[in-house]
Design a protein around this ligand. Structure first.
Ligand code: DX5
Ligand code: ZN
Length: 224
């Protein structure tokens, strides 16, 4: 891997307390989060439904952090303009959900957002080869998308290493994000494999400790 990129922590609000969402987001920002990760689910691409541009707009009002919007929806090109207008800074589409990925990425860039492409666990990194020069980040899913609190899929570490190698060859400045099942027990592994943007859901928003305590522990573990 070329010169190591600074590690960014991206708390996912999927497991946050939606009755006090503004407080949870402020706590993440004060706790040192770099991004806020928002999981958009349509009930067809994944077996769960979450929220749309309305919630992204509300979150936009309560934080200055970049909004990392993860679109787990079919044919996301239909909605990228709505999410950009709602205040998204990064838009991640699933490669499996896009019929015309190059034009979708082009549209995201025209909207002024950074463009990222996500791979489900069974999708090969080779599917991204032709799009790599045009994107700002790759998201490697380390769980099957749809829910927080799932177990990390162990083969994701080797996939991250191979993905980072491909990026160093075709787009060295591209960020590598990992999403799903990350905690203090494995964050150092995924960073060592080349991930530099880490999505953290249930390891940040839980009953065991405060958001600030969880983020501090994760930051320490990432730098260990
Ligand atoms: C799952 C989402 C993830 C999830 C991560 O489909 O894309 O962002 O919220 O939650 P944890 O960290 O609990 O696995
Ligand atoms: Zn996500």
């Amino acid at each position: 891997m070329l010169k190591a990129k600074p590690v960014k922590l991206a708390p996912s609000i999927l497991t946050a307390d939606f009755g006090h969402l503004a407080d949870e987001i402020r706590a993440a920002e004060e706790g040192g989060a770099d991004y806020i990760h928002l999981d958009i689910m349509d009930g067809t691409f994944v077996p769960n439904i979450t929220f749309g541009p309305l919630v992204v707009e509300a979150v936009r009002q309560v934080t200055k952090l970049p909004l990392d919007v993860h679109l787990m929806i079919h044919d996301p090109e239909r909605y990228v303009a709505d999410f950009a207008k709602a205040g998204a800074n990064n838009l991640t589409v699933q490669v499996e959900a896009c019929l015309h990925l190059h034009s979708t990425v082009q549209k995201i860039n025209e909207l002024g957002c950074s463009a990222s492409v996500a791979l489900n666990p069974a999708t090969s990194i080779e599917t991204l080869r032709e799009i790599l020069p045009f994107i700002d980040m790759v998201l490697v899913m380390s769980v099957n998308p749809g829910f927080g609190g799932q177990k990390f899929i162990e083969t994701s570490t080797s996939k991250l290493r191979r993905m980072r190698k491909l990026l160093d060859e075709f787009n060295p400045t591209c960020d590598l994000e990992v999403d799903g099942g990350i905690s203090t027990h494995n964050i150092d592994d995924v960073v060592r494999c080349g991930a530099n943007v880490i999505v953290l859901g249930s390891s940040v928003f839980n009953k065991q400790a405060t958001v600030a305590e969880n983020l501090a522990a994760l930051r320490r573990a990432a730098e260990s």
